[in-house]
Design a protein around this ligand. Structure first.
Ligand SMILES: O=C(O)CCC(=O)C(=O)O
Ligand SMILES: [Fe+2]
Length: 314
């Protein structure tokens, strides 16, 4: 736990985990506790893979709207293309200034979760879209497991505690495009919200705009080094930990005048639990000062459905 509160989200090297797992877990968990956010460098995702993912993302969103609408996501928005101006943050009055694409898990043979995890949709163009994002999804899974192991350690659980709960989890890779913004645009790129899932791993936050709301009620820029992952606590981890780890409100503000003409692209990976996993408060996160806020468990899938309704996707 922390002696003096950190003033900004520290950039932590995942390399540290190899030789000093306890030290990494301490630093990462402390950052999560303080901000609900962590920044991770040396995450080991191949830079060339990431570069080809950005190229494919730019190429897809540059297609004519009629072409993109061929892949329009069905109700629930779990897979495929969601056009500009659909999503709205819970309680907001203006829709977000973004279009996006959702990629889910290609389930192994014999695993039937089709009711809650529909099959992926792949566009014809770019031609290498499918192999690139299949590989990147697997990489997010791999790095996500390492970060969850650090979180488990910080919580006093076995390092492999999250392995089974996230196996074949309903994780979603979102490719986001925020087009150029006019000075008169109503709303902002992404209104203040919390993520629904367990943790989020985000690439692309070097292009300014992402801000988190601190425990003191101030908006703080999230300003990661080039290529770093920004990681944050989602509502499911907050609920599991009885708010010991806070799902922190964040938003993406509109660009400064000199960047207004530029698109912003980002890629959050919403790491989810398996749908049937019961989210039940961890006993170690309950105390006299922090009584159990959620005496009733809820499955990850029921929780997700409830929350998707609130953000206009269901
Ligand atoms: O684009 C970003 O930097 C953040 C996106 C985000 O918070 C989200 O899609 O939930
Ligand atoms: Fe978010």
């Amino acid at each position: 736990m922390l002696d003096t509160p950190l003033q900004r989200v520290p950039a932590l090297s995942l390399d540290q985990q190899t030789n000093d797992a306890a030290g990494f877990a301490q630093a990462f968990g402390d950052s999560f506790q303080r901000f609900g956010f962590g920044i991770v460098v040396d995450h080991g995702i191949d830079a060339a893979l990431i570069e080809s993912a950005w190229a494919a993302t730019r190429e897809f969103f540059a297609l004519p709207l009629e072409e993109k609408l061929k892949y329009r996501a069905k109700k629930g928005g779990a897979r495929g293309y969601i056009p500009f101006g659909i999503e709205i943050a819970k309680g907001a009055t203006e829709n977000d200034l973004k279009e996006f694409w959702h990629i889910g898990r290609d389930l192994p043979e014999g695993v039937d979760y089709t009711a809650t995890m529909p099959p992926n949709v792949w566009p014809d163009v770019p031609v290498d879209f499918h192999p690139i994002f299949k590989q990147l999804y697997a990489e997010f899974d791999r790095v996500g497991a390492k970060l969850l192991s650090a979180i488990a350690t910080w919580l006093g659980l076995a390092p492999d505690w999250f392995e089974t709960p996230v196996e074949n989890g309903n994780s979603v890779l979102r490719l986001l495009h925020y087009p150029p913004v006019s000075a008169e645009a109503p709303g902002i790129r992404a209104g203040a919200h919390e993520d629904i899932n367990l943790i989020t791993l985000l690439l692309g936050a070097e292009e300014a705009g992402l801000q988190l709301l601190t425990r003191e009620g101030k908006w703080l820029e999230v300003d990661p080094p080039q290529g770093a992952l920004v990681v944050n606590v989602g509502d499911m981890l907050q609920r599991l930990t009885n708010h010991v780890l806070p799902s922190t409100t964040h938003r993406v503000v509109n660009p400064a005048p000199e960047r207004r003409e530029h698109s912003r692209y980002s890629m959050p990976f919403f790491l989810h639990l398996a749908g049937e996993f019961p989210i039940a408060t961890l006993p170690g996160c309950v105390s006299g000062e922090n009584p159990d806020k959620y005496p009733e468990a809820i499955t990850a899938d029921d929780y997700l459905q409830q929350r998707l309704r609130e953000i206009g996707l269901l």
